[in-house]
Design a protein around this ligand. Structure first.
Ligand code: NAD
Length: 306
Protein backbone atom coordinates (compact mmCIF):
# COMPACT_ATOMS: atom_id res chain seq x y z
CA UNK A 1 0.00 0.00 0.00
CA UNK A 2 1.26 3.51 -0.81
CA UNK A 3 2.43 5.64 2.08
CA UNK A 4 -0.23 7.96 3.50
CA UNK A 5 0.28 11.64 2.61
CA UNK A 6 0.88 13.38 5.95
CA UNK A 7 1.05 17.01 7.02
CA UNK A 8 2.60 16.64 10.47
CA UNK A 9 4.09 19.81 11.89
CA UNK A 10 2.54 21.96 9.17
CA UNK A 11 0.01 24.74 9.59
CA UNK A 12 -2.91 24.99 7.21
CA UNK A 13 -5.28 27.95 6.90
CA UNK A 14 -8.64 27.13 5.35
CA UNK A 15 -10.96 30.05 4.68
CA UNK A 16 -14.69 29.47 4.74
CA UNK A 17 -14.10 26.24 6.65
CA UNK A 18 -17.35 26.30 8.63
CA UNK A 19 -19.17 24.14 6.10
CA UNK A 20 -19.13 22.57 2.64
CA UNK A 21 -15.77 22.12 0.97
CA UNK A 22 -13.86 24.16 3.56
CA UNK A 23 -14.97 21.90 6.39
CA UNK A 24 -13.92 18.83 4.38
CA UNK A 25 -10.43 20.29 3.85
CA UNK A 26 -10.05 21.37 7.48
CA UNK A 27 -11.04 18.02 8.99
CA UNK A 28 -8.89 16.14 6.50
CA UNK A 29 -5.71 18.13 7.15
CA UNK A 30 -6.22 17.90 10.91
CA UNK A 31 -6.67 14.13 10.60
CA UNK A 32 -3.33 13.96 8.74
CA UNK A 33 -1.33 15.73 11.43
CA UNK A 34 -1.61 19.42 10.50
CA UNK A 35 -2.62 22.26 12.81
CA UNK A 36 -5.53 24.02 11.18
CA UNK A 37 -6.95 27.54 11.29
CA UNK A 38 -10.67 27.17 10.68
CA UNK A 39 -11.77 30.52 9.33
CA UNK A 40 -15.43 31.31 8.80
CA UNK A 41 -17.46 34.46 9.01
CA UNK A 42 -20.58 32.37 9.47
CA UNK A 43 -22.87 34.37 7.18
CA UNK A 44 -25.51 33.25 4.69
CA UNK A 45 -24.49 31.98 1.28
CA UNK A 46 -25.43 35.43 -0.05
CA UNK A 47 -22.92 37.03 2.31
CA UNK A 48 -25.39 38.36 4.89
CA UNK A 49 -24.88 38.25 8.67
CA UNK A 50 -22.22 36.53 10.71
CA UNK A 51 -21.96 33.88 13.40
CA UNK A 52 -19.03 32.35 15.26
CA UNK A 53 -20.82 29.00 15.48
CA UNK A 54 -19.86 27.78 12.00
CA UNK A 55 -16.11 27.81 12.73
CA UNK A 56 -16.54 26.68 16.35
CA UNK A 57 -18.45 23.53 15.41
CA UNK A 58 -15.67 22.43 13.05
CA UNK A 59 -12.91 23.25 15.56
CA UNK A 60 -14.73 21.23 18.22
CA UNK A 61 -15.14 18.30 15.85
CA UNK A 62 -11.43 18.36 15.00
CA UNK A 63 -10.44 18.55 18.66
CA UNK A 64 -12.83 15.76 19.62
CA UNK A 65 -11.10 13.58 17.04
CA UNK A 66 -7.72 14.38 18.61
CA UNK A 67 -6.65 17.04 16.10
CA UNK A 68 -5.32 20.58 16.48
CA UNK A 69 -7.38 23.56 15.34
CA UNK A 70 -8.26 27.14 16.19
CA UNK A 71 -11.16 29.23 14.99
CA UNK A 72 -11.00 32.59 13.26
CA UNK A 73 -14.17 34.56 12.53
CA UNK A 74 -12.81 37.38 10.37
CA UNK A 75 -14.07 38.08 6.92
CA UNK A 76 -11.48 37.16 4.30
CA UNK A 77 -11.50 40.83 3.35
CA UNK A 78 -9.30 41.10 6.47
CA UNK A 79 -7.22 38.09 5.45
CA UNK A 80 -4.15 39.41 7.25
CA UNK A 81 -5.92 38.79 10.56
CA UNK A 82 -6.54 35.17 9.58
CA UNK A 83 -2.85 34.64 8.90
CA UNK A 84 -2.09 36.40 12.21
CA UNK A 85 -4.24 33.81 13.95
CA UNK A 86 -2.07 31.05 12.44
CA UNK A 87 1.13 32.76 13.55
CA UNK A 88 -0.14 33.48 17.06
CA UNK A 89 -1.60 30.02 17.63
CA UNK A 90 0.94 27.83 15.84
CA UNK A 91 3.93 30.04 14.97
CA UNK A 92 3.89 29.39 11.22
CA UNK A 93 1.87 29.06 8.03
CA UNK A 94 2.63 26.46 5.36
CA UNK A 95 -0.53 25.94 3.36
CA UNK A 96 -3.28 28.37 2.43
CA UNK A 97 -6.59 27.19 1.02
CA UNK A 98 -8.58 30.14 -0.28
CA UNK A 99 -12.02 28.63 -0.25
CA UNK A 100 -14.47 31.13 1.29
CA UNK A 101 -17.17 32.20 -1.11
CA UNK A 102 -20.65 33.55 -1.59
CA UNK A 103 -23.12 33.94 -4.42
CA UNK A 104 -25.09 36.96 -5.57
CA UNK A 105 -26.79 35.45 -8.62
CA UNK A 106 -28.80 37.88 -10.68
CA UNK A 107 -29.25 38.47 -14.42
CA UNK A 108 -26.90 41.07 -15.82
CA UNK A 109 -29.87 43.30 -16.64
CA UNK A 110 -30.69 43.53 -12.93
CA UNK A 111 -27.14 43.55 -11.55
CA UNK A 112 -26.54 46.19 -8.87
CA UNK A 113 -23.13 47.61 -7.95
CA UNK A 114 -23.56 46.08 -4.50
CA UNK A 115 -23.95 42.55 -5.97
CA UNK A 116 -20.89 43.08 -8.13
CA UNK A 117 -18.71 44.64 -5.43
CA UNK A 118 -19.47 42.15 -2.67
CA UNK A 119 -18.57 39.20 -4.88
CA UNK A 120 -15.26 40.83 -5.77
CA UNK A 121 -14.53 41.73 -2.15
CA UNK A 122 -15.02 38.20 -0.88
CA UNK A 123 -13.51 36.15 -3.72
CA UNK A 124 -10.84 38.41 -5.21
CA UNK A 125 -9.84 40.78 -2.43
CA UNK A 126 -10.23 38.02 0.16
CA UNK A 127 -7.86 35.67 -1.68
CA UNK A 128 -5.42 38.51 -2.23
CA UNK A 129 -5.41 39.56 1.44
CA UNK A 130 -4.72 36.09 2.82
CA UNK A 131 -2.07 35.28 0.22
CA UNK A 132 -0.42 38.67 0.62
CA UNK A 133 -0.14 38.17 4.38
CA UNK A 134 1.17 34.60 4.05
CA UNK A 135 3.67 35.44 1.30
CA UNK A 136 6.55 36.81 3.43
CA UNK A 137 6.41 33.67 5.61
CA UNK A 138 6.39 31.42 2.54
CA UNK A 139 9.35 33.23 1.00
CA UNK A 140 11.37 33.24 4.18
CA UNK A 141 10.92 29.54 4.88
CA UNK A 142 11.24 28.66 1.17
CA UNK A 143 8.04 26.69 1.28
CA UNK A 144 4.43 27.55 0.64
CA UNK A 145 1.38 26.03 -0.99
CA UNK A 146 -1.68 27.92 -2.15
CA UNK A 147 -4.98 26.66 -3.49
CA UNK A 148 -7.33 29.23 -4.96
CA UNK A 149 -10.90 28.40 -5.81
CA UNK A 150 -12.36 29.19 -9.20
CA UNK A 151 -15.54 27.76 -10.68
CA UNK A 152 -16.82 26.29 -13.93
CA UNK A 153 -18.91 29.49 -14.08
CA UNK A 154 -15.66 31.46 -14.29
CA UNK A 155 -14.14 29.20 -16.92
CA UNK A 156 -17.16 28.91 -19.17
CA UNK A 157 -19.74 31.48 -18.01
CA UNK A 158 -23.12 30.76 -16.47
CA UNK A 159 -26.46 32.52 -16.70
CA UNK A 160 -27.07 34.93 -13.81
CA UNK A 161 -23.44 34.88 -12.66
CA UNK A 162 -21.55 37.68 -14.45
CA UNK A 163 -20.22 38.92 -11.10
CA UNK A 164 -19.24 35.47 -9.83
CA UNK A 165 -17.83 34.37 -13.24
CA UNK A 166 -15.61 37.44 -13.50
CA UNK A 167 -14.34 37.03 -9.93
CA UNK A 168 -13.74 33.30 -10.36
CA UNK A 169 -11.76 33.70 -13.58
CA UNK A 170 -9.71 36.33 -11.76
CA UNK A 171 -8.58 33.47 -9.51
CA UNK A 172 -6.96 31.82 -12.54
CA UNK A 173 -4.83 34.83 -13.49
CA UNK A 174 -4.01 35.43 -9.84
CA UNK A 175 -2.84 31.84 -9.42
CA UNK A 176 -0.82 31.77 -12.64
CA UNK A 177 1.11 34.85 -11.55
CA UNK A 178 1.59 33.67 -7.96
CA UNK A 179 3.05 30.46 -9.39
CA UNK A 180 5.53 32.43 -11.49
CA UNK A 181 6.56 34.73 -8.63
CA UNK A 182 6.69 31.89 -6.11
CA UNK A 183 8.65 29.33 -8.15
CA UNK A 184 12.03 30.52 -6.91
CA UNK A 185 10.93 30.08 -3.28
CA UNK A 186 9.33 26.65 -3.57
CA UNK A 187 5.88 28.21 -3.40
CA UNK A 188 3.35 26.32 -5.51
CA UNK A 189 -0.04 27.84 -6.34
CA UNK A 190 -2.82 25.99 -8.11
CA UNK A 191 -6.46 26.75 -8.80
CA UNK A 192 -9.42 24.39 -8.73
CA UNK A 193 -12.90 24.61 -10.17
CA UNK A 194 -14.71 22.23 -7.80
CA UNK A 195 -18.15 20.74 -7.91
CA UNK A 196 -19.64 19.47 -4.68
CA UNK A 197 -22.82 19.21 -2.67
CA UNK A 198 -23.06 22.16 -0.29
CA UNK A 199 -25.58 24.78 0.73
CA UNK A 200 -24.47 26.61 -2.45
CA UNK A 201 -25.54 23.80 -4.74
CA UNK A 202 -28.37 22.19 -2.76
CA UNK A 203 -30.96 24.67 -4.04
CA UNK A 204 -30.12 24.07 -7.71
CA UNK A 205 -29.50 20.31 -7.89
CA UNK A 206 -31.65 17.29 -7.00
CA UNK A 207 -30.71 15.12 -3.97
CA UNK A 208 -29.73 12.06 -6.05
CA UNK A 209 -27.20 14.15 -7.98
CA UNK A 210 -25.94 15.84 -4.80
CA UNK A 211 -25.31 12.41 -3.28
CA UNK A 212 -22.73 11.82 -6.03
CA UNK A 213 -20.85 15.04 -5.33
CA UNK A 214 -19.52 14.77 -1.78
CA UNK A 215 -17.13 17.60 -0.78
CA UNK A 216 -14.79 14.88 0.52
CA UNK A 217 -14.20 13.83 -3.07
CA UNK A 218 -12.53 17.16 -3.88
CA UNK A 219 -10.09 16.80 -0.99
CA UNK A 220 -7.60 14.19 -2.35
CA UNK A 221 -6.57 16.37 -5.30
CA UNK A 222 -6.08 19.37 -3.02
CA UNK A 223 -4.01 17.22 -0.65
CA UNK A 224 -1.73 16.11 -3.49
CA UNK A 225 -1.27 19.66 -4.77
CA UNK A 226 -0.38 21.17 -1.40
CA UNK A 227 1.82 18.33 -0.18
CA UNK A 228 5.54 19.04 0.08
CA UNK A 229 6.21 16.28 -2.45
CA UNK A 230 4.48 18.32 -5.14
CA UNK A 231 7.39 20.22 -6.61
CA UNK A 232 6.23 20.26 -10.21
CA UNK A 233 2.55 21.17 -10.40
CA UNK A 234 2.10 24.93 -10.06
CA UNK A 235 0.05 27.53 -11.89
CA UNK A 236 -2.29 24.74 -12.99
CA UNK A 237 -6.06 24.70 -13.32
CA UNK A 238 -8.10 21.64 -12.38
CA UNK A 239 -11.76 20.72 -12.55
CA UNK A 240 -12.61 18.32 -9.76
CA UNK A 241 -15.74 16.71 -8.36
CA UNK A 242 -17.84 13.57 -8.26
CA UNK A 243 -14.66 11.49 -8.47
CA UNK A 244 -13.47 13.12 -11.70
CA UNK A 245 -10.27 15.16 -11.92
CA UNK A 246 -9.01 16.88 -15.04
CA UNK A 247 -6.45 19.51 -15.84
CA UNK A 248 -7.19 22.45 -18.10
CA UNK A 249 -4.79 24.47 -20.22
CA UNK A 250 -4.87 27.33 -22.62
CA UNK A 251 -5.01 26.55 -26.31
CA UNK A 252 -3.98 29.06 -28.97
CA UNK A 253 -4.65 28.59 -32.67
CA UNK A 254 -1.53 28.57 -34.79
CA UNK A 255 -2.94 31.86 -36.06
CA UNK A 256 -2.10 34.02 -39.04
CA UNK A 257 0.70 36.50 -39.40
CA UNK A 258 -0.19 39.61 -41.39
CA UNK A 259 2.05 42.24 -42.88
CA UNK A 260 1.95 45.35 -40.68
CA UNK A 261 1.53 48.12 -43.24
CA UNK A 262 -1.36 49.92 -44.97
CA UNK A 263 -2.61 46.60 -46.34
CA UNK A 264 -3.45 45.46 -42.77
CA UNK A 265 -7.17 46.22 -43.11
CA UNK A 266 -10.36 44.55 -41.85
CA UNK A 267 -10.75 42.96 -45.29
CA UNK A 268 -7.26 41.46 -45.00
CA UNK A 269 -8.27 39.98 -41.62
CA UNK A 270 -11.47 38.54 -43.10
CA UNK A 271 -9.51 36.99 -45.93
CA UNK A 272 -7.44 35.03 -43.40
CA UNK A 273 -10.23 34.37 -40.88
CA UNK A 274 -10.18 30.60 -41.34
CA UNK A 275 -6.52 30.50 -40.37
CA UNK A 276 -7.04 32.81 -37.37
CA UNK A 277 -9.60 30.41 -35.88
CA UNK A 278 -7.97 27.17 -37.04
CA UNK A 279 -7.16 24.94 -34.08
CA UNK A 280 -5.91 22.00 -36.14
CA UNK A 281 -2.28 22.74 -35.20
CA UNK A 282 -2.62 24.36 -31.76
CA UNK A 283 -0.09 25.75 -29.33
CA UNK A 284 -0.44 25.37 -25.54
CA UNK A 285 1.04 28.61 -24.27
CA UNK A 286 2.04 29.44 -20.72
CA UNK A 287 2.90 33.02 -21.60
CA UNK A 288 2.05 35.65 -24.19
CA UNK A 289 3.17 35.36 -27.79
CA UNK A 290 6.56 36.72 -28.77
CA UNK A 291 5.11 39.83 -30.37
CA UNK A 292 8.45 41.47 -31.12
CA UNK A 293 9.62 38.36 -32.95
CA UNK A 294 6.35 38.19 -34.84
CA UNK A 295 6.57 41.85 -35.77
CA UNK A 296 10.01 41.24 -37.29
CA UNK A 297 8.64 38.27 -39.23
CA UNK A 298 5.70 40.34 -40.43
CA UNK A 299 8.05 42.88 -41.98
CA UNK A 300 9.42 40.18 -44.26
CA UNK A 301 5.96 39.45 -45.75
CA UNK A 302 4.48 40.96 -48.92
CA UNK A 303 1.32 43.15 -48.71
CA UNK A 304 -1.82 41.44 -47.36
CA UNK A 305 -4.53 40.20 -49.73
CA UNK A 306 -7.71 42.28 -49.56
P1 NAD B 1 -20.43 26.95 1.34
O1 NAD B 1 -21.39 28.08 1.31
O2 NAD B 1 -20.83 25.67 1.96
O3 NAD B 1 -19.05 27.38 1.99
C1 NAD B 1 -18.50 28.66 1.87
C2 NAD B 1 -18.09 29.10 3.25
O4 NAD B 1 -17.44 30.37 3.15
C3 NAD B 1 -19.29 29.30 4.20
O5 NAD B 1 -19.11 28.52 5.36
C4 NAD B 1 -19.30 30.78 4.46
O6 NAD B 1 -19.74 31.13 5.77
C5 NAD B 1 -17.86 31.16 4.25
N1 NAD B 1 -17.69 32.56 3.92
C6 NAD B 1 -18.43 33.30 3.06
N2 NAD B 1 -18.00 34.57 3.02
C7 NAD B 1 -16.96 34.65 3.87
C8 NAD B 1 -16.08 35.69 4.24
N3 NAD B 1 -16.22 36.91 3.73
N4 NAD B 1 -15.10 35.43 5.11
C9 NAD B 1 -14.95 34.19 5.64
N5 NAD B 1 -15.76 33.15 5.32
C10 NAD B 1 -16.75 33.37 4.44
O7 NAD B 1 -20.02 26.70 -0.20
P2 NAD B 1 -19.04 25.63 -0.88
O8 NAD B 1 -19.82 25.02 -1.98
O9 NAD B 1 -18.36 24.77 0.08
O10 NAD B 1 -18.01 26.62 -1.60
C11 NAD B 1 -16.63 26.68 -1.30
C12 NAD B 1 -15.91 27.37 -2.45
O11 NAD B 1 -16.03 26.60 -3.64
C13 NAD B 1 -16.46 28.75 -2.79
O12 NAD B 1 -15.40 29.61 -3.15
C14 NAD B 1 -17.34 28.48 -4.00
O13 NAD B 1 -17.50 29.63 -4.79
C15 NAD B 1 -16.53 27.41 -4.68
N6 NAD B 1 -17.29 26.58 -5.60
C16 NAD B 1 -18.14 25.63 -5.14
C17 NAD B 1 -18.82 24.84 -6.06
C18 NAD B 1 -19.75 23.75 -5.59
O14 NAD B 1 -20.21 22.96 -6.44
N7 NAD B 1 -20.03 23.63 -4.31
C19 NAD B 1 -18.67 25.03 -7.42
C20 NAD B 1 -17.78 25.99 -7.87
C21 NAD B 1 -17.08 26.74 -6.95
Amino acid sequence: MAEQLRFDGQVVVVTGAGGGLGKAYATFFASRGASVVVNDLGGSFKGEGQDTKAADVVVNEIKAAGGKAVANYDTVENGDRIIDTAIKAFGRIDILINNAGILRDISFKNMKDQDWDLIFKVHVKGSYKTARAAWPYFRKQKFGRVINTASAAGLYGNFGQTNYSAAKLAMVGFTETLAKEGAKYNIAANVIAPIAASRMTETVMPPDVLALMKPEWVVPLVAVLVHKNNTTESGSIFEVGGGFISKLRWERSSGQLLKCDDSYTPSAVLKKWNQVVDFSNPQYPSGPNDFLGLLEESQKLGPNEQ
